[in-house]
Design a binder for this molecule. Structure first.
Ligand SMILES: C[S@@+](CC[C@H](N)C(=O)[O-])C[C@H]1O[C@@H](n2cnc3c(N)ncnc32)[C@H](O)[C@@H]1O
Length: 288
């Protein structure tokens, strides 16, 4: 079959989106992320000579782009808690060379003890608030991360967050499978695979409450156009796994999960596979 795991598999428990490991380095470089990142960079408007923080920098792809814009007199710091990601980031920067003073630090965004207050002209965080929090469902973690980002950003500096709203993911299917898709996506949200799956929708409130004056909010869709990209970006097999898990509130049978994946493969063969993930980009000015 198409790879839907059985109900007893441990895969669902060990799978962790966007969190750690070498396999995520390749995932982060997927071209599907390019369009919204270009929009975000235009809205952030880094200037030559500025000091910029990329919080949760992963493999450093945004750090490299920011470094080009701030130039030789500028300074870009990437912070991430995953040493594997930072190793990949350092290797990429050595290979590509960089005009800016680039630095990578291991750190937890909830406690940026290695960074002084009022340091950065602009601070960027991308697809990382959705994972914030050490364990469990720490609902306050995104607010605490934003408070730390505000602390290290200069008065009147800009903070930008790019996060998905996973409650509004759409996957094109024949109407026969619409209910199954809905149940799959609902169980994904309820399982809290992403600790804060709808944080994209909440950014404006979070900014306001953190003392960051919102300048603009835009939504850019990630458009997934093949089953193969669906496996990589949406983790279709893991979605099916969550949907059949005994933990799901409205679990699918294994047969339903298999039929759903097979239908999506069939849609792909007919050139009809489309899924949309909305990304929210909010940029604001720090008020201190
Ligand atoms: C989906 S990746 C995004 C990476 C990068 N921003 C990008 O857009 O390519 C999320 C990253 O956030 C990091 N991360 C999650 N929670 C963190 C925390 N509390 N402190 C530091 N890094 C964190 C993960 O290690 C991972 O590299």
């Amino acid at each position: 079959m198409t790879g839907a795991p059985d109900r007893d598999s441990q895969d669902a428990a060990i799978f962790s989106y966007g969190e750690t490991g070498a396999h995520h380095v390749e995932y982060l470089a997927h071209p599907i992320f390019g369009p919204y990142k270009s929009v975000a960079l235009r809205l952030l408007q880094p200037q030559p000579g500025e000091t910029i923080l990329d919080a949760g920098c992963g493999a450093g792809l945004d750090v490299f782009n920011l470094a080009q814009l701030v130039g030789r007199e500028g300074h870009v710091v990437g912070v991430d808690r995953d040493p594997t990601m930072l190793q990949a980031a350092r290797t990429t920067h050595l290979e590509r060379g960089s005009p800016a003073n680039v630095e990578f630090q291991v750190g937890d965004l909830l406690h940026l003890s290695g960074l002084k207050s009022d340091t950065f002209d602009r601070t960027h965080i991308d697809r990382t608030l959705q994972h914030a929090g050490a364990t469990g469902y720490d609902d306050e973690a995104p607010a605490r991360v934003l408070a730390e980002l505000r602390r290290v950003t200069k008065p009147s500096g800009l903070i930008q967050a790019c996060e998905p709203d996973s409650s509004s993911i759409v996957i094109n299917t024949d109407p026969r499978f619409a209910t199954t898709t809905h149940r799959v996506l609902k169980s994904f949200i309820q399982a809290r695979v992403m600790r804060h799956p709808m944080v994209g929708l909440d950014l404006r409130r979070l900014f306001k409450e953190a003392g960051i004056d919102v300048r603009n909010e835009v939504q850019v869709p990630l458009i997934v156009q093949s089953y193969e990209d669906g496996l990589a970006i949406l983790r279709l097999r893991e979605l099916a796994q969550h949907a059949i898990s005994s933990e799901a509130r409205d679990p699918l049978s294994i047969d339903e999960a298999e039929a759903w994946l097979q239908h999506l493969e069939d849609m792909d063969r007919r050139g009809l596979f489309v899924a949309v993930i909305p990304m929210h980009i909010v940029t604001g000015r720090v008020v201190k």
